[in-house]
Ligand binder design. Structure first.
Ligand code: PLP
Ligand code: COI
Length: 344
């Protein structure tokens, strides 16, 4: 095996040794199989290929100082996958099977788990896809559930690096009463082109508004939104955002730190009244914003509004404090008073 440079890991589809998988057919899941074969075989008419019958999860495993290994809140990912699978009309593993297969995947790939102290972790990616060959637009109870993993560092190349975001006037992420709150692959497909344009213009992130009235903040393409105003942790309440486990955790951490937590609709104009604003999620952890530009048409030169938080490179004190607290619980440095670490 090539030696892994733990210090300089990005967030890539790193090929480890083993994938763990199971198929649902004839009303039952097959016994989970750990395989070193990094390919799947299914019918060209499979639902996943034509109708995007696909959903996934993302969670992390951490090596603690004492050598133990823990997944962070896997029960929450199991519950969210179940909610998403219901939306797609798919069979879904129960919590026990979901967690056992995640554990198995980490155990079988232990040599790829970053050691303690490098700010890196193992990203675990459970995937559920519809493999029934089918033309009709109706659910069918046949699926492949697979868990893969990859050693990861920072999503954007450097942790807690502040980034610029853009609100793209001519792109929406999720339809009203649509699929925004579910972790389906198709939600991400809709972000590829606006991300490409935004990146070309020097923005790191896309911040989406509610698509019906475009008055309220929903979330980023990759993560939830939160803001700090005085002693308040504020995060949008919306039917169209993914219920982020990191955001939920940060709300609990903020409350533990004596902050007031407000989960409510957040008007776009309020951006001007926040001292700090950031993205949060498993991949991005906390990504502080330097500024947000509002662009009525993403492709055209900037004619919209700009909300500034910190100059590039600076990060607000509350975001820093929240980051320090959540990562120290994940790494086993701080006491896990809520029981979020699931030891393998
Ligand atoms: N929102 C979107 C669109 C995401 O892709 C993610 C990542 O999973 C999140 C929010 C954050 O969710 P979590 O904290 O559970 O990873
Ligand atoms: C995660 O944070 O787990 C995600 O799935 C986000 C994705 C953009 C990598």
């Amino acid at each position: 095996m090539t030696r892994i440079d733990w210090k300089n890991l990005g967030f890539d589809a790193y090929r480890t040794r083993t994938v763990v998988r199971s198929c649902f057919r004839n009303g039952e899941w097959s016994a989970p199989e750990a395989t070193e074969e990094f390919s799947f075989t299914f019918d060209p008419f499979s639902q996943v290929l034509h109708y995007a019958i696909s959903c996934f999860e993302g969670l992390k495993a951490f090596r603690h100082k004492d050598g133990s290994v823990a997944l962070f809140r896997p029960d929450r990912n199991a519950a969210r996958m179940r909610m998403t699978a219901n939306y797609l009309g798919m069979p879904c593993p129960d919590e026990d099977m979901f967690i056992r297969m995640c554990e198995e995947c980490v155990k079988k790939n232990l040599e790829f788990l970053p050691p303690y102290g490098y700010g890196a972790s193992m990203y675990v990616r459970p995937l559920l896809i519809g493999i029934h060959p089918q033309m009709q637009l109706v659910p069918y109870p046949e699926a492949l559930f697979a868990v893969m993993c990859a050693p990861v560092g920072s999503y954007y190349g450097e942790s807690m690096k502040s980034c610029a975001a853009v609100i793209p006037g001519n792109y929406d992420r999720a339809a009203p009463k649509g699929s925004g709150r579910y972790k389906i692959g198709a939600n991400y497909a809709a972000t590829f082109m606006p991300y490409k344009i935004a990146h070309e213009q020097g923005y790191t992130e896309l911040l989406y508004l509610n698509s019906s009235t475009r008055e309220y903040i929903d979330e980023f393409g990759s993560s939830n939104f939160f803001a700090i105003q005085g002693n308040k942790y504020i995060t949008p309440l919306s039917d169209s955002v993914l219920p982020s486990i990191t955001n939920l955790t940060l709300q609990e951490v903020a409350a533990d730190l004596g902050m007031d937590v407000e989960k409510r609709p957040v008007r776009l104009e309020e951006l001007g009244s926040f001292e700090e604003a950031a993205g949060c999620g498993t991949a991005v952890v906390i990504t502080p914003l330097s500024h947000v530009d509002v662009k009525p048409v993403l492709e055209e030169p900037f004619v919209g509004k700009s909300f500034r938080f910190f100059p590039d490179g600076e990060v607000g004190p509350v975001s820093r404090k929240l980051y320090a607290r959540i990562t120290s619980i994940q790494n086993g440095e701080a006491e896990d008073i809520h029981g979020w670490c699931h030891f393998i």
